[in-house]
Write a protein that binds this ligand. Sequence first.
Ligand code: ARG
Length: 451
Amino acid sequence: DESVVRRDRFSGGPAREFLSSLEADARIFAADIAVDRAHVVMLAECDIVDDETAGSILAALEAIEGAGHDALPDGEDVHEAIETAVVDHVGPDGGRMHTARSRNDEVATCIRYRFREDVLDAVEVTLALREALAGIAEEHAETIMPGYTHLQPAQPTTVAQWALSYESTVARDTARLFETLGRLDASPLGAAAFAGTPFEIDRERTAELLGFSSVLTNATDAVASRDVLLETTQALSTLATTLSGLAEDLIVFANRGFVDLDDDYASTSSIMPQKVNPDTLELVRAVAGDAAAGVQGLTTTLKGLPRAYNRDLQRATPHVWGTVDAVTEATEVAAGAAATAEWNEESLFGAAGEGFSTATGVADLLAMGGVPFRTAHEIVAEAATAAEATDDSIREALAATAEEHLDVPLDTFVDPTALADALDPAASVASRDSAGGPAPEAVRDQLAAVT
Ligand code: ARG
């Protein structure tokens, strides 16, 4: 029995389990069936395998596909197991399926075929996230909130400006993923082990049948290279890093009472009845660690591998699947959490004026009135300190420090109404209407570019 012979080829020794990727290959089961089909159709079209044999192999593949990955016979990997099953169905002629190819080009093709789908899914969820962020911006173009640097109140801004800042970053994350998709979309099939084949195969045809837009020409490159997996994993890791910042912001905002997370994205404590915790966002934040680990795992596995094929590559692939799964899921959850969060406008506005966060605007006003900006900065900084120390109003402190520095009253340089505006968080935001600024009209221009 041929299949028994084939199975016996698979080492029965103590390293049997260690050697096998059959379980992890469940991920590329459907891809391998597709690759087998395309290859067999091409072999028949090129008169390398007769039509009748090709037909029986295709029928066997259909049955094997229906039975699923779990029904496969034992094997070193999914490619060998499917071939064994084909031979079981067809008899020795089933072995013609593996003419003019190797598992090396086969696995490289399967990975690209499957990963292309996964990356498309990842791109799709980034679009959902961007939609959620643009939705927040649309709704909160005038919702004033405190802006932070070093987690300290810095200048008032708007929720829309905050949301669009992440939308802009995620847009680049999407573009990076999309770009790698273009390079992923090339077929290694027909490279054989690394040195081509004497059979007159048609690599363009299998590429076409598998929906690849080009052939990865150099046969040695085609089986040995995993650089496109690496760059895509890096792009996913960059996206995960963006997500971690978004999650951290929302965690801080929830902590300060600025946002209420929807129950679907919050967790309760098993012991403290009053608690509503941002657990899902903490997990999103943590996925940046998984993704960085995936990049590291892949890089260190690939580093220093000689041409052309080495079995190390078998352990490289799971880093890719793990990363794309974690990052896609995290993106989806981040989009849901952001889209459903309720923004507490009152507490946001209250906090926006705290900590003399309008100080920059006051310094700008003095500078517009003719005071050198550095002097204006000193005046306002001293006023901020004095107001804290003496509990004076900012206005009184400003009048005092300004006169000290300039030897004339403050209103020589600054109109009192303009000063009142500069001290008001909403007016302060409205004044910062430079391109890309938080003023509602500048935000509307940004939104128009996005939606
Ligand atoms: N399971 C292997 C992998 O993932 C398939 C290729 C095996 N090729 C070989 N020459 N041993 O890389």
